[in-house]
Design a binder for this molecule. Sequence first.
Ligand code: CDP
Length: 217
Amino acid sequence: MGKRFHRVVAIDGPAASGKSSVARELARRLHFAYVNSGAIYRVITWHILQKGIDPGDSDRVAQTVESARISCRLQNNESRILIDDVDPAEYLRDDRVNENVSRVSSLPRVRAIVVQKLRGYAHHQDLVMEGRDIGSVVFPDTPYKFYVDASPDVRSRRRAAQGQRDEIAVRDQADSSRRVSPLVVAKDAHVIDTSHLTIEGVVSEIIAQLKRMGLRI
Ligand code: CDP
């Protein structure tokens, strides 16, 4: 028999929609652990680049990821990821990672590994997990699904305000059009347009909805 999952609040949405700030604050308010699923795809992408492997060489990328030791744990309610015993957290927003992460994460063999790791977190604690396919693929059975969005203009401005050169339109296109687990709105997700809302406003809306759904907080 499989292990029981704890409660999971899924927050999906495109780049710079405000997911991370919302998910982190929501986790704090609920006393759940916070997991950014994108960080695992970024760790894997960093590892591939660090080894000098061409991210376009799908077979080599998949083989390398399959033979890497990827350890995902929770520490102080946040996830910590090591790959072959290295924690590359400080490099995950590097330009070269931004530029290649969508390509690496489009590979089915890579996604299969990551999805297993992500499910593993829910054996230990209640979670708020953010990403692209959390409500649709990773935890399709959770009733607590939210899709946060914002207009493309607002999202570009938010990313620029973080001081990052990140072609979010390019990643959006790749993430939405890939064959395996594209970014979609899960059919039972609550959609929230954050364009004109503060982080606090979005978090309050989600908490109100969770209470209506009977989540004990
Ligand atoms: O920068 P942003 O917060 O938008 O992205 P992220 O959450 O760090 O994810 C980086 C990339 O990983 C995305 O552009 C997707 O290509 C991929 N990703 C995915 O495919 N599935 C997920 N559940 C999370 C991220």
